[in-house]
Design a protein around this ligand. Structure first.
Ligand code: DHK
Length: 148
């Protein structure tokens, strides 16, 4: 069991999951995603957050640097332009999974080049909302692998 919490961070517009472009993001709400993550995490503590503000996401990454075992981040639209987010993630010593509900590489060109991918341990994209639970399982395995 991982003692330190894992951080699951969600960027702009993900608070609208369930209603937002359901043909792309599905009909699962963010609250339902959070519940799936907590179930997948088992006894591992989860800090689950969403913000439309870049600075808030940076602050949560700083918390993870000091207290967290791993990060799953869906930076949403910030994936493609946020240097502050990239700089904060570079400071994180543990594993990072970059997560996108949709396959960003099959979408418009503007979604094809994520800055975050250059610091992520792994990238998951296109699995839909249920992919968050798989990301949690994978992150916990990564953490355990580093602890052994
Ligand atoms: C979510 C967003 O809000 C978009 O800006 C990304 C990502 C895709 C997702 O698939 O979860 O491009």
């Amino acid at each position: 069991m991982t003692i330190k919490p894992i951080f699951i961070l969600n960027g702009p517009n993900l608070n609208r999951l369930g209603k937002r472009e359901p043909e792309i993001y599905g009909t699962t709400t963010l609250a339902e995603v959070e519940a799936m993550c907590r179930e997948a995490a088992g006894h591992t503590s989860v800090r689950f957050h969403q913000s439309n503000a870049e600075h808030q996401l940076v602050d949560w990454i700083h918390e993870a640097i000091d207290e967290g075992a791993g990060i799953i981040i869906n930076p949403a639209g910030l994936s493609f332009r946020s240097i502050p987010l990239l700089d904060a993630l570079k400071m994180f010593p543990g594993p990072i999974i970059e997560f996108h509900i949709s396959n960003i590489h099959r979408r418009e060109e503007i979604y094809h080049r994520s800055l975050v991918s250059s610091v992520a341990t792994a990238v998951l994209a296109g699995l839909g909302p249920r992919g968050y639970a798989l990301a949690v399982e994978a992150l916990i395995e990564m953490i355990r692998g580093r602890e052994t």
